[in-house]
Design a binder for this molecule. Sequence first.
Ligand SMILES: Cc1ncc(COP(=O)(O)O)c(C=O)c1O
Length: 459
Amino acid sequence: MKMLAKKAMCNSHGQDSSYFLGWEEYEKNPYDQTKNPNGIIQMGLAENQLSNPDAASFKREGESIFRELALFQDYHGLPAFKNALVDFMSEIRGNKVTFNPNNLVLTAGATSANETLMFCLAEPGDAFLLPTPYYPGFDRDLKWRTGVEIVPIHCTSSNGFEITESALEEAYKQAHKLDLRVKGVLVTNPSNPLGTTLTLKELNLLVDFIQAKRIHLISDEIYSGTVFDSPSFISIMEVLKNRNLMNTEVWERIHIVYSLSKDLGLPGFRVGAIYSNDDMVVSAATKMSSFGLVSSQTQYLLSAMLSDKEFTQTYISENQKRLKQRHDMMVSGLLEAGISCLKSNASLFCWVDMRHLLSSNTFEAEMELWKDIVYNVGLNISPGSSCHCTEPGWFRVCFANMSEETLNLAIQRIKSFAEATIKTLIDNKSQQQSNKNSKRKSFTKWVFRLSFGRETSER
Ligand SMILES: Cc1ncc(COP(=O)(O)O)c(C=O)c1O
């Protein structure tokens, strides 16, 4: 039994219309003055080929291919690019797993990939379970246009925000209490905002859970190429392979989201992908990708870039080296200011513990602290509450989007701020204590007067 959304299985897309069927017939037998003079002449395509500018930068064997790229609009994507992208995805995973380009759907970034998967897998009012803290953009990407609900899997600092069986079961129960049908779990691996990779124990737990509940698992692996330290990254695909779950029922319910926005630092290119083991999901998502295609020029440029193995190898290792250096610089700088971070091994940010700088253990105090940091210290960081963290005082702080000098300046600002805040907190506490003491003193005096007043005055 398929457990997909009605939208993914119905025919209302219009692909069977004679409008598209005519195109397909043309593709099979295209007219060419010399090679196929009896072929079908394409008169069903509203394309302007009369005055295409011949921009010179895109060339194949010395010939400009600008026109070819300007006219290509097939939503299956350029085969050369899809091949290069799946190879790159394998390379990032140490070539322990391979990906079939036929199971890949190109999308305009991971934003579009995640939303498309929601449209394919869930009806409005169905729910996906997400471990907290999670990427704030998911409230928009997963819920906004799809009508899908997010039910949090509450993770806490007590075990380094690990996903546990009881937290998963609790979230599942909570969804049922809210009368929501659970369609799946979505995780980010490596995690945004924690900057940590999922452990094998967590990954096995997730597979067992979705197997038992017969639901989907989406693994958003947008940060897979940013793992700069041990333990190494384990993709969900590797788990399936090692557990011999390939081509089983659960295999079809596991989908990967990827993008070049983080690993290659190209968010403006808008290149993302869905990798699914379910052919129906691939087919439905491909049709939906019409609303967010990756431009042909981008695909062409990137297929050249990613096919250069020397480049990809050097890039991946150099990028990881630089990320580690930046991460270490931030962690040690913050530590000097008495601020610690969750131990992390990936991503472009740290999950920073500022609980000791809160005036009270509340989200109001977290907001107060955040406003102070944005408006008075001049640093834009993200409060944990925006990531649905259940404990006040955690912040996501990015380190890879600026120069080393700027990062140094930011660390200096945090240091001075932390010192001043701690001093104020200590002063306030001792003031409160002395207020308490003086209140207690006057109270004792008052009680003393009441009980012994006469005797005292008589003396
Ligand atoms: C976990 C996660 N998924 C998806 C996205 C969206 O990425 P893209 O730029 O590819 O749309 C982001 C961006 O920050 C992210 O952190």
